[in-house]
Design a protein around this ligand. Structure first.
Ligand code: MGD
Ligand code: MGD
Ligand code: SF4
Ligand code: MO
Length: 710
């Protein structure tokens, strides 16, 4: 078996100029891009001009793709650990050697525990057919992704109301009259198209109410900002629903036609008046009353954003759930400027792409995290990664021995990396497939370097929305180092494990042809355009008779039968956040426009823009501690502390402290980022297995800290 040469897409090494349509890979939004290549080098990156909403632009991270590509501080060849885990001692390996090593260990695990003893997590998204198929071929149900620390609560909440996943609720921001955001920081935690739509709506006179304990740049663009007490917005939503029902501000016709459970909803929110919420949220009742009058006047062109990430506490699920109930009460469903229902290829009358997994027999084994059998109210797709850890420790319901990590960094993305290590130490094999040195990669047994997004091609992506489409990430240049694309890596492992028949593709073009068969879309067109839309215009269903909800009742469920069956209330009583001791702060976190999670901190350009994070503190609280703006502070949580600068500002709630996520890197080979700033996930001590019991997502904002001047 020879694996000495990277499997380049044909033509990629030809001299001269080429223009390639592809997808950005600097974050998981995957904006359509156009790449100018000259003599095998990337010269210019911009948004795909065919995509009108992109207007050829990129965000700062997208533009810094060039700096990432030509940076040498990334893994350049396979590495096998030669010292203790985490010791930073590695030896260089050839691909054959590294793959033989990984396959050998996987075989041992499979012989001992069966295929189900192999778990894998990745970044999810439209390319996950590859990793899911790999596991399926091994007979493992244990596919996980990042989502337990991202959108899971909002996902499950959206399912409980509409029967659709989180991304099945499509916000028509461009045409809205009033957008309500609960910490959804559209301007900084951005997707290029969405940020542009927001600015365009605001310049056409739309209003935005932004609710967040700290004022982000989105607050600066909003027409109203409420500095809400952290983790209390569910109280606000309950009271708003109460008021909307009591004052009959809702769209009775829409609710009568499409919603179930109105009477029970009315009953459930009876105790929660606008005055009641004031004590919990700090938002004056009269302001909420005025706000709801504005919303009622603008309805149905209004959006209560159910969140992507936002606050992550024990009742996040109910916050998202009640936001969608508010959307439904105002009739803001499947209407311009409201929340539209996502469509798939079939809704455009087209055949979707074929999956690699279609050819592989179904796995009958139960998931190790209990989802689908023990926990039936959760979607079994990517499960909940935090539930893998206790199973690794207890061997209940069965033993997992190997963990493959592809485009994921759990020691940055999940709380308390030190606690994670305890679990990892029970595994026989940990492999990281990454383009960077991740925190988890550094603690693993083998690092397999993937080619960067500019150096590789991916499977074709099928994307839902109002205009479902197919998208292609094409290869722009040959890899600079001894790295390989994921499809090749998993194929090579599959071959070594005796399931190569399911991955019998020599080139990515063969995979693309397989995927496109019968769809009516040609590879030629896809490569020319980068994105091929399956519908001429946005598909909107008829609100009189054509809406489709995949709930048990076929309607919008204010009261969910599925939740009932699982023993959870559809509208739970509000639980105030735990009391803070006098010297405690609730640690909040979020993103800035210049970085993506923890993997751009070492990018030469982005590092220059934002080299470290700081701790936001309210002047009153900072004053009590003798801390002035710019002072060095020590931030402490149970048994862990970090040092960084203080930003003293009234734009943060006095109960809270805030920092950007992703800093405080520890891998010494990332010389720019190593040791700079503070790592929020390391401060989240003891929270690895603390989660919202109904939504399933990690309760990250339940973290409390103490601060002193350093
Ligand atoms: N404390 C705290 N925890 C959080 C968050 C937070 O704000 N605070 N945010 C949460 C959210 S919203 C999310 S989505 C998750 C994100 O968590 P992750 O998905 O883990 O985050 P990323 O840094 O995007 O990517 C993970 C890894 O993918 C690698 N990578 C990037 N591009 C490629 C590529 O092309 N190929 C390969 N093979 N690897 C690549 C990166 O180098 C990085 O090591 O974290 C969550 N966890
Ligand atoms: N530049 C950039 N853009 C990104 C990403 C990135 O890494 N960088 N990541 C992408 C990903 S994976 C995701 S999930 C999205 C996340 O996008 P968002 O959901 O917008 O999430 P965050 O940036 O984490 O912002 C969270 C905000 O919630 C606020 N918050 C904290 N507690 C509360 C509370 O109790 N109530 C309210 N109302 N607000 C609260 C915080 O103060 C913070 O401002 O961003 C995406 N876009
Ligand atoms: S939002 Fe920025 S980094 Fe993310 S895909 Fe789009 S251009 Fe790239
Ligand atoms: Mo996320």
């Amino acid at each position: 078996m020879t694996s000495s040469k990277a499997p380049n897409v044909s033509g990629v090494e030809s001299p001269g100029r080429r223009t390639v349509k592809s997808l950005c890979g600097m974050c998981a939004v995957r904006c359509p891009i156009q790449v100018e290549v000259e003599d095998g080098r990337v010269k210019w990156l911009q948004g795909n001009p065919n995509d009108k909403a992109m207007e050829a632009s990129l965000c700062p991270k997208g533009a810094a793709g060039l700096a990432m590509e030509y940076d040498d501080e990334r893994p350049q060849y396979p590495l096998i650990r030669s010292g203790e885990r985490g010791s930073g001692q590695w030896r260089r390996a050839s691909w054959d050697e590294a793959l033989d090593y990984v396959a050998g260990k996987l075989k041992e695990v499979i012989d001992e525990f069966g295929g189900k003893g192999v778990a894998l997590s990745d970044r999810g998204g439209p390319f996950a057919d590859l990793t899911k198929s790999f596991l399926k071929a091994l007979g493992s149900p244990n596919y996980f992704n990042h989502d337990c620390t991202c959108g899971r609560n909002a996902h499950h909440a959206t399912q409980s109301v509409f029967g659709l996943g989180r991304t099945g609720a499509v916000y028509d921001i461009k045409n809205t009259k009033h957008l309500v955001l609960y910490g959804r920081n559209l301007i900084e935690s951005l997707q290029v198209k969405e940020a542009k739509e927001f600015i365009s709506a605001m310049s056409s006179g739309a209003k935005c109410t932004y609710i967040d304990p700290r004022a982000s740049l989105t607050a600066a663009k909003a027409t109203r900002y409420w500095q809400i007490r952290p983790n209390a917005e569910y109280a606000l939503n309950l009271a708003m629903i109460h008021h909307v029902l009591a004052e009959k501000l809702y769209d009775a016709e829409f609710v009568e036609r499409w919603c179930t459970g109105l009477d029970e909803l009315r009953q459930a929110v009876r105790p929660y008046t606008l005055e009641w919420q004031e004590a919990h949220t700090g938002i004056p009742a009269r302001e909420v009353r005025q706000f709801l009058a504005e919303i009622a006047a603008a309805a149905p062109r209004v959006i209560f954003h159910a969140g992507w990430m936002t606050a992550r506490h024990g009742q996040s699920f109910y916050t998202s759930r009640t936001s969608h109930i508010l959307n439904a009460l105002f009739g803001a469903i499947e209407t311009p400027g409201g929340v539209c229902l996502g469509k798939k290829a079939a809704d455009a009358g087209k055949k979707d792409i074929r999956k690699l997994g279609d050819r592989i027999p179904k796995v009958e084994e139960p998931r190790v995290d209990g989802i689908g059998w023990k926990h039936k109210h959760w979607d079994d797709g990517p499960g909940l990664l935090h539930l893998l850890f206790p199973a690794i420790e207890s061997g209940d319901p069965y033993q997992v021995g190997a963990y493959l990590i592809y485009r994921h960094d759990p020691m940055t993305a999940l709380p308390d990396p030190d606690e994670q290590k305890r679990y990892y130490d029970k595994l026989k094999l940990i492999v990281s497939i990454d383009v960077n040195y991740s925190e988890t990669g550094w603690y693993s047994d083998v690092i397999l370097p993937e080619c960067t997004y500019l150096e590789r091609a991916n499977l074709i992506a099928s994307k839902g929305g109002l205009k479902p489409n197919f998208q292609l990430r094409d290869q722009c240049v040959a890899p600079r180092f001894d790295s390989r694309p994921a499809w090749w890596i998993f194929r090579e492992l599959a071959k070594r494990l005796g399931v190569g028949e399911y991955f019998d593709f020599e080139t990515i073009e063969e995979i693309w042809e397989y995927q496109l068969e019968g769809t009516g879309v040609s590879l030629k067109e896809l490569r020319e355009k980068g994105v091929v839309s399956l519908a001429g215009k946005p598909i909107m269903w008829d609100r009189a008779d054509g809406l489709k909800f995949k709930t048990p009742s076929g309607k919008i469920e204010f009261i969910s039968r599925k939740l009932d069956e699982a023993g959870f209330p559809s509208i739970a009583p509000f639980q105030p956040p735990s009391e803070l001791a006098e010297d405690e702060f609730r640690l909040l976190f979020g993103r800035g426009a210049a970085h993506n999670h923890g993997h751009t901190m070492n990018n030469p350009l982005l590092h220059e823009l934002v080299p470290e994070n700081s701790l936001w503190l309210h002047p009153e609280r900072a004053g009590e501690l003798g801390i002035a703006d710019g002072d060095l502070v020590e931030v402490m949580s149970d048994g862990y502390s970090a040092k960084g600068k203080a930003t003293v500002t009234p734009w943060i709630h006095p109960d809270a402290a805030f920092m950007l996520h992703g800093f405080g890197r520890t891998v010494p080979l990332q010389t720019r980022a190593c040791g700079k700033g503070m790592a929020d996930q390391r401060l989240q001590k003891g929270l690895l297995t603390v989660y919202d019991p109904v939504g399933g997502g990690n309760a990250l904002t339940q973290c409390t800290i103490r601060v002193r001047k350093a």
